[in-house]
Design a protein around this ligand. Structure first.
Ligand code: ZN
Ligand code: FE
Length: 748
């Protein structure tokens, strides 16, 4: 006797080959019925014998297509309708599209094979893709995900592609961006060369240019890259020079995994990251020195090819390690429109390798590493965004605007929290525009009504994002304190809203309840009840305010002014530049000087004491310098960083640093003892608070916790005594703030 059921599958199930998979599975088990893309996911009706249904369910759950992420399967037994055939039905369009948008996918193995099979019609075609791979979010103009709603709408498919697209048994069944050399877009070189025509010659010539040390702007999935031979110091130097990028590390793309293994020390976990469907840039210890690529840095960011074009370039003989950096002028967002790229990069690139398929929105490469507590995402963009990262108990839609640095936004629809791609620093006008575009993009994509929307924003009255919130006509606004948002971001990922934790929020800067600059905060509480600030770094002063973040000696002035009996810092071994004396003068006269509890600035001050006395050329540079110097030393003592019951006192720490430096102790050893001191002081502090309030779990978040050495030290002190939660799905830096804001606003 026939049984029947209706099934609803939610999660990332559209545009990932889910319906053909269901079709084949149903046929294999001789079941009748249909499958369609509904608004809440994939909807399936099945009818047949009980054993077939069971086999179907088993495989549905255990063998879904590689890029699919099933969140939930709801099964409801129904009366059989007497359907024998299994069919794929057209998309339905009813209410709000809570179906998740798939992030972009790297080229799959089956397509790689076809790409290099000279008997295949798509041999050497840079836009080959199928339902298991290729662009998604970066070509999507509107939902539902159908070809007319993508940037492929201007290339009508020919009979060959149409046949595959319509064949449920084919790998390209309903592959929206399907294309072939006869009907689809192509790549061309600019400036054009007369002798070069056709894709093969274009890519061949591009590889030659790269081998000759030229810099190429190459259109990728979510924007343009600037590429050059990473083993050619002159090319790398020229790129730095033209891009006005002094020292900030460049990421590289390695031809394949073997090449990546030659470049960096890869753990099993970092290889998993490197080859994962997000294909992020993975930070790992460098094994080789590539001149100018990551100066004074013992790590290197490496990624693998992910578009057909990348594979073709390497196959055409391009250098096996390419610098591949976001194409922009310094600190601007990545260029993704051809006009913009041609104009903005004209003084940087020697040539342009331009693909005709438009990019719907800019999406940078993601950055990740295998950290002390497992994989951590440092920049969340291509391959991850805009996937949902958490479920929040909010019936109403919520929009969280994030922080002004490393901005990302979060939109909550039907309780699902979708985090946007990394947007950038809002002080720069192009990033501010990108911020606005992303807000409107996501609000319209999810068909959210502005009138029913609640908006969460940082409590900083001068933040662009906060000012922007005040101008939106929405239902409700919620101001969320920066460091509480950091802590809440971790708990939102964990889905723990009632749990009371001790939350440690260490970063460079954020607006505190009292209007001062916070950054060394310890909270007690839960997302639901809110977080009470129970301890913090002893206050120091910051002459020049947030601008002091550029100059470690300026931060040093504000911290050192808290000590008695200071030596002459303009003399050896410190040799501070005059800026220090000027800053000290500001502190003494209390001019443009602010109170701060920022751990980030404490790291800067110590970096200055150990020799980093110049201006930094990218955010976090002094702290990274300090971490790497300390990392070269295996073992050491810990400087005293006492917890007095409400404050962590940095004065003994700094006195020790100064004394050891004067004594001539190796700076690396001092840096090591400093790290260990911070970890030990923090461990004592959270242990005391946890004991006092019977709490068993601590949360660590904020940009300072990108420091792996510090995490290692904290883990070795506390790992076997307390549960430690850190960020996994969103970055610990300000890129994770919007998720935390959304979580706290859901209970406000
Ligand atoms: Zn494929
Ligand atoms: Fe922060």
């Amino acid at each position: 006797m026939a049984s029947a059921c209706s099934i609803r599958v939610s999660g990332v199930v559209q545009g990932v080959g889910f319906r053909p998979f269901v079709y084949r599975l149903a046929r294999a088990n001789t079941l009748g019925g249909w499958v369609l893309n509904g608004e809440a996911g994939v909807e399936i009706y099945l009818e047949g014998d009980e054993l077939g249904l069971q086999a179907f369910m088993r495989e549905l759950k255990t063998q879904p297509p590689p890029a699919a992420k099933i969140a939930e399967v709801e099964i409801c037994p129904v009366a059989p309708l007497g359907v024998n055939e299994f069919t794929i039905r057209e998309s339905q369009r009813r209410e709000r599209p809570t179906v998740r948008i798939s992030p972009d996918l790297p080229l799959c193995e089956a397509c790689v094979e076809e790409l290099f099979d000279c008997s295949n019609p798509r041999f050497g075609y840079p836009y080959i893709n199928c339902t298991n791979c290729g662009p998604r979010y970066s070509v999507l103009l509107a939902l539902p995900y159908d070809r007319p709603n993508t940037t492929m709408k201007d290339w009508p498919v020919d009979d060959y592609c149409a046949g595959e697209y319509a064949d449920p048994a084919n790998r390209r069944f309903h592959a929206q961006p399907v294309a072939c050399p006869a009907c689809g877009p192509n790549y061309y070189l600019q400036p054009q060369e007369d002798a070069i025509s056709g894709t093969e010659a274009t890519i061949q010539r591009s590889a030659e240019l790269l081998n000759a040390g030229k810099i190429l702007a190459i259109k990728g999935l979510g924007g343009y890259h600037l590429a050059c031979d990473a083993r050619n110091p002159a090319a790398v130097a020229a790129l730095r020079d033209r891009k006005y990028r002094k020292e900030k590390p460049f990421a590289v793309m390695a031809r394949d995994l073997d090449e990546a293994r030659r470049l960096v020390e890869l753990t099993a976990e970092s290889e998993v990251l490197l080859t994962s469907s997000a294909r992020p840039i993975v930070l790992a210890p460098a094994k080789v020195q590539l001149t100018g690529v990551a100066p004074q840095n013992d790590e290197l960011g490496v990624m693998l090819p992910y578009t057909p074009l990348h594979y073709l370039l390497f196959a055409a003989g391009a250098p096996s390690v390419l610098v591949m950096t976001s194409a922009n002028r310094s600190s601007e967002p990545i260029a993704y429109e051809d006009e913009d790229a041609l104009q903005g990069l004209s003084g940087i690139a020697d040539g342009f390798l331009i693909g005709q398929r438009p990019i719907a929105r800019r999406i940078d490469d993601s950055v990740a590493r295998d950290g002390v507590f497992g994989p951590v995402i440092l920049r969340r963009a291509r391959g991850y965004a805009p996937a949902a990262v958490a479920t929040l108990p909010s019936e109403r839609p919520l929009l969280a605007l994030g922080a002004d640095l490393k901005n990302s936004i979060t939109i909550v629809v039907d309780g699902q929290a979708f985090v946007s791609q990394h947007i950038g620093d809002l002080e720069h006008y192009p990033a501010l525009r990108a911020f606005q575009e992303t807000i409107f993009d996501l609000v319209s994509m999810y068909e959210v009504d502005w009138d029913e929307l609640s908006v969460a924003h940082d409590s900083h009255p001068q933040y662009f994002s906060a000012l922007y919130a005040s101008e939106l006509r929405v239902q409700r606004r919620v101001a969320v304190q920066h460091h509480r948002a950091h802590v809440a971001s971790v708990l939102a990922e964990q889905g723990e809203f009632d749990k009371r934790v001790v939350g440690v929020s260490f970063d460079g800067t954020g607006y505190g309840d009292d209007g001062s600059i916070w950054g060394g905060e310890i909270f007690l509480g839960s997302v639901k009840q809110g977080f009470e600030r129970v301890a913090h770094l002893r206050n120091a002063l910051l002459p020049g305010g947030d601008a002091a973040a550029q100059f470690p000696v300026q931060a040093a002035a504000g911290f050192l002014a808290q000590l008695d009996g200071l030596p002459d810092m303009s003399a050896a071994p410190f040799d501070f530049p005059h800026r220090y004396a000027n800053a000290l003068e500001l502190v003494k006269k209390d001019v443009r000087t602010f109170s701060t509890s920022s751990i980030g600035r404490l790291f800067d001050a110590v970096a200055a004491l150990l020799g980093f006395t110049r201006k930094i050329s990218f955010e976090g540079q002094a702290a990274i310098w300090l971490e790497h110097m300390a990392g070269a030393v295996s073992d050491s003592d810990a400087y005293s960083f006492p917890f007095t019951g409400a404050e962590l006192d940095f004065r003994p720490l700094l006195q020790n640093v100064i004394a050891d430096r004067q004594r001539g102790r190796h700076p690396g050893e001092i840096a090591r003892a400093f790290h260990r001191g911070i970890a030990t002081g923090l461990a004592d502090c959270v242990t005391a608070i946890c004991r006092q309030h019977s709490v068993d779990t601590i949360v660590l978040s904020g940009g300072v916790f990108q420091n792996e050495l510090l995490l290692k030290d904290i883990n070795s002190q506390l790992g076997n005594r307390l549960r430690i939660w850190t960020n996994q799905a969103v970055p610990p830096n300000d890129g994770g703030i919007s998720l935390g804001q959304a979580a706290l606003a859901a209970f406000a």
